[in-house]
Design a protein around this ligand. Structure first.
Ligand SMILES: [Zn+2]
Length: 83
């Protein structure tokens, strides 16, 4: 599973914390793999998939197991842990 699948899946933000997952697949892509990622994303978002540092909704192209929305948040959190 890579971040490169993102062009086929996107998230529509409804009333927080609800989001709609939209996915499209093309014959030249592995539809099963994409559907799997969409399902995992849906599970993440239904639990409230937010950056653990700033609390923003996670971008859809992030890795399924990502905890921070951006590199800056990851660094800030690491700095806070050390302090
Ligand atoms: Zn963040």
């Amino acid at each position: 599973m890579t971040d490169r699948d993102y062009s086929t899946i996107w998230i529509e933000e409804l009333d927080p914390p609800f989001v709609r997952i939209v996915s499209t697949s093309y014959p030249w892509q592995n539809a099963h793999r994409i559907a799997q990622r969409a399902n995992t994303l849906a599970r993440n978002y239904s639990r409230g998939w937010h950056c653990v540092h700033c609390g923003d909704l996670m971008p859809v192209w992030k890795r399924i197991d990502a905890k921070y929305c951006k590199e800056g948040c990851r660094k800030m959190a690491a700095r806070k842990r050390r302090a």
